[in-house]
Ligand binder design. Structure first.
Ligand SMILES: Cc1ncc(COP(=O)(O)O)c(C=O)c1O
Length: 385
């Protein structure tokens, strides 16, 4: 069978090759430190599990939900005001099956074939996948060390900016670990206003941010409500990645467009999951803050360890990832990752899998406790890499 040309827009899954080799090495008895995938090892708070379990006992909750419960929309609005000091109304909120799914479909609601969209490079893969599925033409704006791994709108050519339909921004950033600096969002809003570009901010890591910095909402920036929308995921803050709970928030016309598209293919979020989301949004936030502290401890352990064996200062100001330049002038990140796994049993993600500007770097996921991270660094030291 000849499958669709659409599929040809996507490369092969990078994790599959690494995973196959990992399983072989494990079978041979090698000790493996898997720091490649972004699934938290922390556990889900009991009050969230309980809300889901109780709701699941009610037969009514097993029917098509067909909509977001008004209580859920209100909980999101209240949370945005309390946590981010941003006032939103229920028509500015819709649930999605994770930011992954929402981002995957939003391009189709916004773009026609050939429309230009601005994406970061390195890029969290679904930003590109969603745009490519929509037939859009990505222009990749680089996140480089020279600009602290931050979007640099002045570097985007005027003729591209004039044609661009939307720009994806995501800070704290996966994979590069940078966070918004004062004035950056204002600059992006000004750029969006000047060229009539929609900003799609992916806010997956507002609660994992280090050294006293405060995670916020892009929508708190003056003018952002007119030019932007934001994906707000509960996955990482509450360790509920499998429950698929996220929201698109912001401009009502964009929300209505995505809702129209998704209503063709979707009957709404499972009601017990909606109840779990309400419990998370209305629950205490001390656990979330404590978890951030634990991530920072892991970041410190990893960065100090890598520096002690001669790596350059890695970038890790936020997210559950650390972005590190390959040591000893090495440049091929895929070859480096394979060798690191073979020799040290440490699995990390090659920077090149996030885009051309990721080459020469690797991404460590902070999914092991500090003592295991120390062991992993020791193993790298012993391998001589
Ligand atoms: C930047 C970014 N956006 C979105 C996601 C996925 O979030 P969700 O679980 O809400 O689909 C991730 C997960 O790693 C991520 O790193």
């Amino acid at each position: 069978m000849r499958f669709s040309k659409r599929l040809d827009r996507f490369g092969d899954e990078i994790f599959a090759a690494l995973n196959n080799r990992r399983m072989e090495l494990e079978k041979q008895g090698m000790k493996i430190y898997n720091m490649s995938v972004g699934t938290p090892d922390f556990t889900t708070p009991d009050y969230i599990k309980k809300a889901l379990a109780e709701a699941a006992l009610d037969d009514e909750n097993w029917k098509y939900s067909l909509r977001d419960l008004p209580e859920l929309l209100e909980a999101v609005c209240d949370y945005y005001e309390k946590r981010f000091q941003v006032k939103i109304t229920p028509d500015m909120v819709m649930s999605v099956y994770g930011s992954q799914e929402g981002m995957g479909h939003l391009g189709m609601a916004l773009c026609d074939e050939g429309d230009i969209v601005l994406l970061p490079d390195p890029c969290y893969p679904v930003f590109a996948a969603g745009s490519l599925m929509a037939g859009a033409e990505p222009y990749y704006y680089p996140l480089t060390e020279e600009h602290d791994f931050l979007p640099y709108v002045k570097g985007i050519p005027e003729e591209i900016a004039r044609k661009a339909k939307y720009m994806v921004v995501s800070l704290p950033s996966n994979p590069v670990g940078s966070i918004a600096t004062p004035g950056l969002y204002e600059e992006i809003v000004e750029f969006a206003e000047k060229y009539d570009i929609l900003i799609i901010h992916d806010n997956a890591y507002s609660d994992i941010i280090f050294d006293g910095a405060e995670g916020g909402s892009f929508l708190a920036t003056p003018g952002a409500g007119e030019v932007g929308v934001e994906f707000f995921s509960l996955s990482k803050s509450f360790n509920i990645t499998g429950a698929r709970i996220s929201f698109l928030i912001g401009r009502p016309d964009v929300i209505a467009a995505l809702r129209k598209l998704r209503s063709q293919i979707d009957f709404g979020m499972f009601l017990p999951v909606q109840r779990a989301a309400i419990a998370a949004l209305r629950g205490p936030l001390e656990g979330v803050r404590e978890q951030c502290r634990l991530y920072q401890e892991r970041r410190d352990t990893l960065c100090e360890g890598l520096r002690s064996i001669g790596w350059q200062l890695p970038n890790g100001k936020g997210t559950m990832f650390v972005w590190a330049k390959l040591p000893d002038g090495r440049t091929d990140s895929m070859a480096f990752c394979m060798e690191l796994m073979e020799k040290a049993g440490v699995i990390v993600t090659p920077g090149a899998s996030f885009g051309p500007h990721g080459e020469g770097y690797v991404r460590f996921a902070l999914v092991l406790p500090p003592e295991k991270i120390k062991e992993a660094v020791d193993s790298i030291r012993r391998s001589g890499m």
